[in-house]
Design a protein around this ligand. Structure first.
Ligand code: VG1
Ligand code: CO
Length: 546
């Protein structure tokens, strides 16, 4: 095998964000841009360490997926991996990648995705490296990839023709190295069958439980078709928009009320099925809907935790729970009743990995439509939807009844996120700086009905390896438990996205039926006042309210 050594010059903007490196497709298409970053990953791992090891490779099928895969295969061979496992057609969801890395004892995996960001040639692309536990690389590794990408002067790539990816086949090279094109769906389906009682779900569907799943033209299409329609027997057409397209049909593959419009229409219509669900571009997010009813992701985490016993794999008990700091405290109420620890981590799934590896937590969640468990080391959209299906099948209640009963028992955490998009980065940083300066004086201050109990700039010390992550969001906590949290997104590709998270706890069952935004109105007002975001950004209103 001939290996080319290619001269290159470093880029200075390859710092990975909350979930790997994300940029416009056009940026990734610049000469050497992709190659430099991939070399950064392999150099960080070390050529000795990768020698003979297995690398898992796949993506969410977006524009540039196939081209990037060919380059990465050839580079992985040049840097000495023994076996590159590439998913057929390059299609591998994020949770399935995690599953395959663990099952096949790979050294790691590369996921090509920009998740819920739009695709197509003018859209976004992304790369994420996952380690041998199947989870996103921790900050220590991502920082060292970034450092490598800033000093790189050359990289290696095997001089070989492209590998066909449309058939399951293993190519053995003269060097003994292998490129194995594998079925990216089966291992994941098997894992789901281990976790949930498919017979129970099948019977419930046969008895009339109806579901509609919107794949949003993204990676979960073949997984959902196989699981919901073939394995569980839901009628054909239960999975919609089930053809993966490189531009996701022009939409945002983001499962929320704004972007999963078709599904929302169906669920608010008169023949709405019992459960409506959707996932994002790479299959790690989920949205849960009932008939005319939206389940906030934070509530979904709490309901799943409260009902853990219905699912086969969890009925013997849970280790503990973890949630990202901005996620509502609804799950904390449940954990308290169950006598479980709750770990509060910074935003991003990578912070859950150590806790799961050390058997400290079983179920994890984020407010951003992310829920999962220690069956893999990524959040998992289809897993969450199967869990809900299991809860519906076992309780025989509707989605709305399940959530309302939950609120009656544990109280309701009104919750919303207000996003200001494409804000000038320096404006966003100024806003955060101004907030930081006010922190010390906020304690005790009164705003209408609210009094500040405590305010800080969230810092996290990993209980397992002691690593410290600072500046993970500014939180203002009030004496009644209400909270305002401010963060700058780490996944955007245009300017800065400012996220303001609002939460108010309502234990009184008679006051739990308010519209969410009106329940949070005074808090939203306080959030504006403290941050002066409208004045600074020139935006009167948030661009997106979730
Ligand atoms: C967002 C979410 C975060 C999630 C991350 C990756 O990050 O807030 O909870 O883990 O996306 O999700 P940020 O930094 O933009 O707030 V996914 O589905 O990309 O990989
Ligand atoms: Co995603």
């Amino acid at each position: 095998m001939l290996i080319d050594t290619v001269k290159t010059t470093p880029f200075t903007d390859q710092r990975p964000g909350t979930s790997g490196l994300r940029k416009k497709v056009k940026v990734f298409q610049e000469p050497h841009y992709l190659e430099n970053y991939i070399a950064g990953i392999f150099l960080t791992l070390g050529e000795k360490a990768v020698k003979g090891e297995t690398l898992v490779l796949g993506g969410d099928g977006r524009y540039f997926n196939r081209e990037a895969i060919q380059i990465i295969i050839k580079m992985a061979l040049a840097y000495g991996f023994g076996r590159i496992m590439v998913a057929k057609d390059g299609i591998l969801s994020t949770p399935a990648t995690s599953c395959v890395i663990r099952k096949h004892k790979a050294l790691g995996g590369i996921i090509l995705s920009a998740s819920h960001n739009p695709g197509g040639k003018d859209g976004d692309f992304g790369i994420k490296y996952n380690i041998s536990n199947g989870g996103p690389a921790p900050e220590k590794i991502t920082e060292s990839i970034f450092a490598a990408s800033k000093t790189i002067t050359e990289y290696k790539i095997a001089h070989l023709p492209d590998f066909p990816l449309d058939e399951i086949e293993t190519f053995v090279l003269e060097s003994g190295q292998e490129v194995a094109v594998f079925d990216g769906i089966s291992d994941y389906v098997e894992l789901m069958e281990d976790l949930f009682d498919f017979n129970l779900l099948k019977q419930a569907i046969k008895a009339g439980l109806k579901l509609k799943y919107d794949a949003l033209h993204a990676v979960t299409s073949p997984y959902a078709k196989r699981i919901f329609e073939i394995e569980l027997g839901a009628p054909e057409g239960s999975v919609i928009n089930a053809d993966p397209l490189p531009d996701f049909g022009g939409g945002h593959p983001d499962p929320n009320l704004t972007y999963a419009k078709e599904l929302v229409g169906i669920m608010n219509g008169k023949d709405a099925p019992d459960l409506g669900a959707a996932s994002d571009g790479d299959g790690d997010r989920n949205m849960i809907l009932g008939k005319n009813f939206f389940v906030s992701p934070s509530d979904s985490l709490a309901v799943i935790t409260a009902n853990y016993g219905v699912a086969k794999a969890y009925k013997d008990g849970l280790f503990g729970i973890a949630r990202s700091m901005p996620t509502s405290l609804a799950v904390d109420k449940v954990a308290e009743k169950l006598g479980l620890n709750v770990y509060e981590t910074p935003t991003g799934w990578k912070f859950f990995g150590n806790l799961m590896d050390a058997d400290k937590v079983t179920i994890c969640g984020e407010e951003s439509f992310g829920t999962g468990s220690n069956h893999v080391r990524e959040k998992d959209g289809i897993w969450a939807i199967l869990f809900w299906l299991n809860i519906l099948a076992s309780t025989k209640k509707s989605v709305a009844e399940i959530v309302k009963d939950h609120w009656a028992k544990f109280g309701r955490n009104y919750y919303s996120r207000h996003d200001y998009e494409a804000v000038d980065t320096s404006v966003a940083n100024t806003m955060m700086e101004n907030l930081r300066k006010q922190l010390a004086d906020l304690k005790g201050q009164i705003f209408g009905d609210y009094q500040v109990a405590f305010a800080d700039d969230f810092s996290y010390t990993d209980p397992i390896d002691g690593s410290v992550s600072e500046h993970q969001g500014i939180r203002v906590i009030f004496t009644d438990g209400s909270r305002i949290v401010y963060r700058i997104s780490g996944t955007g590709t245009v300017g800065a996205t400012i996220r303001i998270y609002l939460e108010k706890y309502e234990p009184d069952i008679n006051k739990q039926d308010l519209e969410v935004q009106s329940a949070l109105q005074s808090l939203a007002q306080i959030a504006l006042e403290l941050s002066q975001i409208s004045k600074l950004s020139g935006k009167e209103k948030p661009d997106i309210i979730v």
